[in-house]
Design a protein around this ligand. Structure first.
Ligand code: URA
Length: 289
């Protein structure tokens, strides 16, 4: 065998090995005791949450969906298009229980997202972050885009902001993270965790629309300005938050409630009171009040 042929065989073997490991949930080599990188969770976006306030359980389903209402502890729970990855850091958010068919509602969309090169964000990503949770879902949370830890793990909201979002959902709203679906306006990490640009949000919007059409939520919580831009076509979280908007999105009948992004709340904890007010509004919408 010539050197060139041997190289080709080796390259093919390596590709197969990597594909097999990805399949098994290994997307990076573990680095024992690696320190948490300082750049993690420095994004500027975001808005408030309840962070441990009392709450009531969400009520019965409002819509006429035929699938089980996710807020009633559906048995089919969560999924992330990309598996959680051990990659030198431990996600701050516990892994979700993932049934094998958890992404079935999306058809080939996760694969199309993973292959996307529609905008410049694809150049710097480790992997796309599709989103995770119950599908279909009555309640969807939309953030702005993956940060460092999301890019490494393939899961949305697994850093400090994700911890707070999880508390908002679990301690505040008394739901499980598995009961909702969490996604982002853009599926690739912007460089240095910067805010995604309007054209990047626009390039990713067809994916967001397809996700929401498959999820058929009753309520979408827009976390911060980029999510408001993607979902409502406008920004200005200070004046938009706490209001209920009918969805302007084709094929999506949900109501949209903007609130502060959790990353904003980490820097501005005084906003948590308003965020909690917004989440109570969301719960009242879900319970049909
Ligand atoms: N911030 C976001 O907007 N999305 C994530 O997934 C993580 C942090």
């Amino acid at each position: 065998m010539s050197d060139a042929e041997a190289l080709r065989v080796l390259a093919r073997a390596a590709r197969l090995l990597v594909a097999g490991e990805r399949e098994a949930g290994i997307v990076d080599l573990p680095i024992p005791n690696a320190p948490r990188p300082p750049e993690a969770e420095t994004r500027t976006g975001g808005t408030p949450s309840s962070a441990g306030s009392a709450a009531r359980d969400a009520g019965p389903a409002r819509s006429d969906r035929t699938s089980p209402a996710p807020l009633e502890r559906a048995t089919t729970t969560a999924a992330s298009a990309a598996p959680a990855a051990p990659s030198g850091f431990v996600p701050r958010v516990r892994p979700l229980v993932l049934p094998a068919n958890a992404l079935a509602a999306f058809g080939d969309l996760p694969a199309r997202v993973a292959a996307c090169v529609a905008c410049r964000l694809c150049e710097g990503r480790t992997q796309t972050v599709f989103g995770e949770g119950t599908a279909p879902a009555r309640l969807v949370f939309c953030g702005e885009g993956p940060g460092f830890e999301e890019d490494r793990s393939g899961r949305p909201f697994v850093g400090r902001a994700g911890e707070l979002l999880t508390d908002m959902i679990e301690k505040g709203m008394k739901l499980r993270r598995e009961d909702v679906f969490i996604l982002n306006a853009v599926k690739c990490r912007p460089p240095d965790n910067r805010t995604p640009a309007p054209d990047e949000i626009e390039a990713c919007r067809p994916f967001l629309l397809e996700q929401l059409a498959a999820l058929r939520p009753d309520v979408i919580v827009a976390l911060g300005n980029p999510a408001c831009r993607a979902l409502l076509g406008q920004e200005g979280i200070m004046k938009l938050r706490g209001r209920v908007f009918p969805s302007p999105l084709p094929g999506v009948a949900a109501r949209i409630v903007p609130t502060y992004h959790p990353a904003y709340l980490l820097r501005n904890p005084e906003g948590k009171r308003d965020a909690w007010t917004d989440l109570k509004l969301v719960m009242s919408l879900l319970s049909g009040d």
